[in-house]
Design a protein around this ligand. Structure first.
Ligand code: 5AD
Ligand code: SF4
Length: 369
């Protein structure tokens, strides 16, 4: 990358500072990211693992995802669901179908259901609120990941019982953000984030690592912003080029990208202390052991996909994501991973540790479809 490398002595002294102060400046983070040193990178990963243990313990939280619609009004340059990808068969799950899968997730002992989709306005907010309400009634905590909407929409989803909201910034570098988003505004996205926090959602952000033209400076900025915003959840994953998108020809070196992603994850753990950090699916696609390794570099969440098999190939955000496996199989894999690592699966919703754990209560009014 673009900077001078640290000497091993200097890298080591920054690791000591990280251990003692659990903080670094933006420039120091840039320096660590820029310096390739397998031995000291391993030390950084072990330090992140220790801080993970200190701040979030041995528990791993499982979140069952339902990707309920792959329609999207946006045209992000990196994403296979972008509206101009006319080769993609589109689907929308019916409310009853979504609730049936949510019930299955809860029956299998997973306390959180994540409802994720492209930005699909064919689900009016009232309908989404009904779905949230029904899923909460089953007894799950609910995370939404449906993109940008108005304050009133966010509020009625919160009032319907949704606990958490994921809205990734993807990159905090203003220029890069502009380059990869044809119809998104950097400040508007952050304004949505602010509204979500004010309403009371546990909020999540995140980034992609290895984007074209993305410099160490941009990644260091992401980490500092994660810390500044005090996000409850942060998803960090490698960018994987999709051939049917404008960024499809980019060819990152996958080993370097793996190490880089793990370094960003490890630094994020140490600086944000107790945020929930998933071992992302994209890391598992980049490398067979990617998710397991992430769980040893600061991650403490696994999100098995429960989207019905018939829809899975169509939720093709990036190549290699769909594996035609039932949620039960993915769950068994996740549980085996937890066991191998000697960690513990939680049996509670795994709310944010950044505030008093609270469950967004069910509204009193009974609702029906
Ligand atoms: N590679 C990796 N992650 C991607 N996402 C979208 N496209 C890609 C890609 N090509 C992630 C983004 C987005 C979510 C829908 O999926 O982080 O938030
Ligand atoms: Fe749509 Fe999200 Fe993909 Fe952008 S990243 S095209 S908003 S699904």
């Amino acid at each position: 990358m673009e900077q001078e490398h640290l000497t091993p002595e200097k890298y080591e002294s920054l690791l000591q500072k990280l251990d003692q102060e659990e903080n670094l400046s933006w420039a120091e983070i840039v320096a660590i990211i820029t310096t390739p040193c397998p031995g000291l990178d391993q030390k950084l990963f072990s330090l992140a693992d220790r801080k993970r243990e200190k701040y979030v313990g041995e528990e791993i939280h499982l979140r069952g995802i339902i990707e309920f619609s792959n329609y999207c009004r946006k045209n992000c340059l990196y994403c296979g669901l972008r509206r101009d990808n006319s080769t993609l068969p589109r689907y929308r799950m019916k409310p009853a179908e979504i609730i049936e899968v949510a019930q299955k997730i809860v029956d299998l002992g997973i306390p959180t259901v994540v409802l994720q989709s492209g930005e699909d306005l064919a689900y009016p907010t009232d309908l989404l609120a009904e779905i949230v309400f029904q899923v909460k009634k089953i007894g799950a905590a609910v995370t939404l990941s449906i993109g940008e909407r108005d304050r009133e929409d966010y509020l009625s989803l919160y009032q319907a019982g949704a606990d958490r909201f994921l809205l990734k910034q993807e990159t905090f570098d203003r220029n890069l953000f502009g380059q990869i988003h044809s119809d998104d505004n950097y400040d508007f996205r952050l304004a949505c984030q602010k509204i979500l926090q004010e309403i009371g959602f546990q909020t999540g952000s995140g980034n992609m690592v290895g984007l074209p033209e993305q410099k160490a400076k941009a990644l260091a900025l992401d980490i500092k912003k994660f810390q500044e915003w005090n996000f409850d959840m942060i998803g960090i994953g490698p960018f994987i080029p999709h051939p049917k998108t404008p960024l499809g020809k980019h060819q990152p070196d996958s080993y370097q990208q793996l190490i880089l992603t793990l370094k960003v994850l490890a630094l994020t753990r140490i600086l944000t202390k107790n945020s929930h950090l998933p071992a992302t699916t994209a890391l598992g696609v980049l490398s067979a052991k990617g998710r397991e390794t992430a769980l040893c570099c600061g991650a403490n969440v696994i999100m098995p996909d429960f989207t019905p098999i018939k829809y899975q190939t169509s939720y093709n955000i990036y190549p290699g994501k769909s594996s035609f496996e039932e949620g039960e199989y993915r769950l068994a894999q996740a549980r085996a991973m937890i066991k191998r690592l000697g960690r513990k699966e939680t049996n509670h919703p795994g709310h944010s540790l950044k505030r008093h754990p609270h469950l967004n209560p069910l509204p009193r009014r009974e609702r029906k479809f």
